[in-house]
Write a protein that binds this ligand. Structure first.
Ligand SMILES: *Cc1c(COP(=O)(O)O)cnc(C)c1O
Length: 402
């Protein structure tokens, strides 16, 4: 069969608009398309391929588990799931884990748990969920409504209720909404899709205090910021603020679909037998690959190297910017970085992405004004250099086309 980009238009619903080229193979931070063109990957899916493409340890885990047991269902437990859960809880504040297949599902579980916990302990009135404008939590109807972009949740009929949106990094806006009727505050400890925005110290600590004061749970959505991305295993570890519930996905499986919600024993107790579930959640293949990825990422030397590589990116982007003046700042943490476009280039992040693809470089946008980089955490320094040279050419092309 001749597989072309045109075939996409025939057989796929039109909710995506993928690039013209079709990737067929990857290794480390390099990807090849059908014509054997070689790309440098600064995108990693969307902050997913935390160890690049086809890391030997992950391929090995997949093959080994593939010969043993693929799936049974949650009528039975399985060894990879329990091993991964033990490692996740040993490494974090949490005691217990719920496995899902994606970030949206992990968040759906977190929100349902928060509502059920509040009902169990405080009664029906305590059901308000506070989240943030520009936040992103997934595309299920509950999570997309909790997310802070109405454009994503409008047009599907009546929405889940008792959800209010405050302004990120504005503690007063949280104060204005929170009360004893609040059951949870959900936030990203580094907003990803919303434009790579870090919380201020004062803000994130203040939200924790407000939650404590009103007996509300603090949910950190670390679907994008987790698993080493910021140079910490989870971003909360670098903030000095511990959530009550945390969700993790994207990088967790290194490219194999898996998500997890982790929490304390006291809170987790509210998801009693039968309250929630998933057919595939905790699937042995997914957990075996995720365990292999976790073993590699949960290592101080690797995490310190993420911070060093961040500096290579920042230095390289600063040098490009000194020539072309396209960014007002480069923000983010670790290997989740965003170049914020100046006034002159407002709304044109996609132009930089398209120009990068032409230079055989994969990168991302985060909204219309931010060019986002989320490469493998072990991207070789030479690939960073090579990719930045390609990015410089892409920037030059955008600037010169104006
Ligand atoms: C990507 C993302 C999600 C959604 O994850 P899916 O796997 O696409 O469902 C949720 N929260 C954050 C912060 C994300 O970046």
């Amino acid at each position: 069969m001749n597989v072309t980009r045109e075939l996409f238009n025939d057989v796929m619903v039109p909710n995506y608009n993928p690039a013209a080229m079709i990737p067929v193979r990857g290794s480390g931070s390099r990807v090849w398309d059908q014509e054997n063109n070689e790309y440098v990957d600064f995108a990693g899916g969307i902050a997913v391929n935390v160890l690049g493409h086809c890391h030997p340890a992950l391929v090995n885990a997949l093959k080994e588990q593939g010969d043993k047991l693929w799936h049974l269902s949650n009528v039975f437990t399985n060894e990879p799931a329990l091993r991964l859960a033990k490692k996740l809880t040993d490494a974090t504040f949490a005691d217990q884990v719920y496995f899902a297949n994606s970030g949206g599902e992990a968040n759906e579980a977190a929100l349902k748990l928060a509502r059920r916990w509040a009902l169990d302990h405080h009664g029906e009135e305590k059901n308000q969920i506070i989240s943030f404008k520009q936040g992103f939590h997934g595309r299920t109807f509950f999570t997309v409504t909790v997310g802070g972009q109405p454009a994503y949740s409008d047009g599907f009929g009546p929405k889940p209720g008792a959800i209010d949106h405050a302004t990120y990094n504005d503690l007063d806006s949280v104060k204005a909404l929170i009360s004893d009727k609040t059951c949870a505050v959900m936030m990203e400890p580094l907003q990803g899709e919303g434009g790579i925005i870090s919380p201020t110290d004062e803000f994130v600590k203040g939200v924790r205090e407000l939650c404590d004061k009103h007996n509300a749970l603090l949910i950190f959505d670390e679907v994008q910021s987790g698993v080493g991305r910021t140079g910490e295993l989870y971003a909360y570890m670098g903030l000095g603020v511990t959530p009550d519930i945390l969700t993790t996905a994207k990088a967790l499986g290194g490219g194999f679909p898996i998500g997890a919600m982790i929490t304390t024993k006291e809170i987790g107790a509210s998801l009693k037998v039968g309250t929630h579930g998933s057919t595939y959640g905790g699937n042995p293949l997914a957990c075996a690959v995720a365990e292999a990825a976790f073993d590699i990422v949960n290592d101080r030397a690797l995490l310190d190297n993420v911070k060093r590589k961040e500096q290579l990116f920042r230095d390289g982007l600063a040098a490009i910017n000194a020539k072309y003046h396209v960014f007002s700042e480069v923000r983010g943490k670790g290997l989740l970085l965003g170049g914020v476009l100046t006034e002159e280039y407002q709304g044109r992040a996609r132009d930089f992405l398209v120009a990068s693809t032409e230079q055989k470089l994969m990168c991302l946008v985060a909204g219309a004004n931010v060019v986002r980089f989320a490469p493998s955490l072990i991207i070789p320094d030479e690939d960073i250099k090579d990719g930045l040279a390609r990015f410089e050419q892409a920037v030059a092309n955008v600037v010169n086309a104006a």
